[in-house]
Design a protein around this ligand. Structure first.
Ligand SMILES: *Cc1c(COP(=O)(O)O)cnc(C)c1O
Length: 374
């Protein structure tokens, strides 16, 4: 008999979420409004330490409205890390703006703050400042916000934090999602917590919060008839899904602990293998350990990344290459890219291992033995 499939980062839901979901159902708040939605927002805002949280249908929707809040319009440019999931750049395109891609630093796999500062300096002297900079907290580890904010503040450019992968992480004692004009969380099925699909925009700025709520609910004016002064979106999260989110947030620290245990296990069990190096953890913060990722040096390891992927697949284990950078994607072929060697190398050699919070001891051992035999 073949072993059951091990997934990369499957949902981890329990009786807690089930009970909250059924209570919401029975209350008849089956709409994108309701007490669970309000409670979920308050809970996350308190945890992250921001004044406002607006629950939305996805992290992508939250990115879209965060860029609207930053004033991004047709013809603008926005600095975006190349090494990210496509949603970060796609949200820029929704507004008719153009991403300018920047390389990562090998020290954390996040956007290189020096490249951001350089690009802003060059664009300031050319009179072509971007409307915003988006930083992404890659694989659950925060970008380096001290130099990033310093550079953005110097030129008066808004920073947006794409913390879709990093809920529960922190940077110098401050929670992921709290940096810049607005932060973005995702509750997609593979993220550290899930509502089955959902996201959130976080901000301390009352004007941004009001505008985001307004735009996310079809930009309806507060009058009895249907009055619209701008084009709105239908982006509010369902109250039912928010109920699931409430349960997930209660279990966040337990789920982070489980992922950290997996990360430590992999590091201890594979760290001695030649040609294997794990994603570096910068000393400025604490990650949420969303995914454990490593680089394969084929010569030293005696196997390429793709050979290891194939071996894991044969053992019915789902693993993934690291993100394919945006500047190498056909859809973004024509965009400007600064640097690129680091992110191209991460894509060529990077491997993400099963890291779900419900992974068992037995599962982890299966992953390790498949890799060691490779
Ligand atoms: C998952 C993810 C998103 C998109 O979130 P959705 O909720 O799936 O729309 C955006 N950015 C990054 C970096 C992500 O990993």
């Amino acid at each position: 008999m073949t072993d059951t499939r091990i997934f990369l980062s499957p949902p981890d839901v329990s009786e807690v979420e089930r009970k909250l979901l059924l209570e919401a159902f029975d209350s008849n708040w089956v709409a994108p409004v309701g007490p669970d939605l309000d409670a979920f927002e308050t809970q996350v805002a308190e945890l992250v330490g921001v004044r406002h949280a607006i629950a939305l249908t996805s992290g992508t929707a939250a990115l879209h409205l965060a860029l609207v809040a930053a004033g991004v319009r047709r013809g603008d440019t926005v600095l975006v890390p190349s090494f990210t999931f496509a949603a970060t750049a796609n949200a820029v395109m929704y507004l008719g703006a153009r991403p300018v891609f920047l390389d990562s630093t090998a020290a954390s796999w996040n956007v290189d703050p020096e490249l951001v500062a350089q690009e802003l300096r060059a664009r300031a002297s050319a009179g072509q400042l971007p409307r915003a900079v988006v930083a992404v907290d890659m694989y659950g580890q925060c970008a380096d916000y001290r130099p990033l904010l310093e550079a953005c503040d110097r030129y008066g450019v808004a920073l947006i934090e794409d913390a879709a992968e990093a809920f529960g992480a922190s940077y110098r004692g401050r929670a992921a999602g709290s940096f810049g004009l607005a932060g973005v969380l995702s509750f997609n099925g593979n993220k550290i917590i899930t509502t089955g699909g959902g996201g959130m925009l976080l901000t301390d700025d009352g004007r941004v919060a009001t505008q985001t709520r307004h735009l996310a609910t079809q930009a309806r004016e507060p009058v009895p008839h249907y009055e619209h002064r701008t084009v709105g979106y239908n982006y509010r999260l369902s109250n039912l899904l928010a109920a699931v989110g409430r349960g997930q947030v209660q279990r966040l620290s337990e789920m982070i602990a489980a992922r950290q245990e997996t990360a430590s296990f992999y590091r201890a069990a594979l760290g001695d293998l030649p040609g294997i190096t794990f994603m570096p953890i910068a000393d400025y913060g604490v990650p949420n350990w969303w995914l454990t990722c490593l680089l394969v040096d084929a010569e030293k390891a005696g196997a390429t990344r793709d050979q290891l992927l194939a071996r894991l697949a044969r053992h019915n284990i789902e693993a993934r290459p690291a993100w394919k950078p945006m500047h190498l994607q056909p859809v973004y072929r024509d965009c400007v890219m600064r640097g690129g060697e680091v992110s191209a190398d991460l894509f060529r050699r990077g491997l993400c291992l099963p890291s779900g919070s419900a992974l068992t001891e037995h599962d982890r051992e299966r992953v390790v033995s498949a890799l060691r035999e490779g």
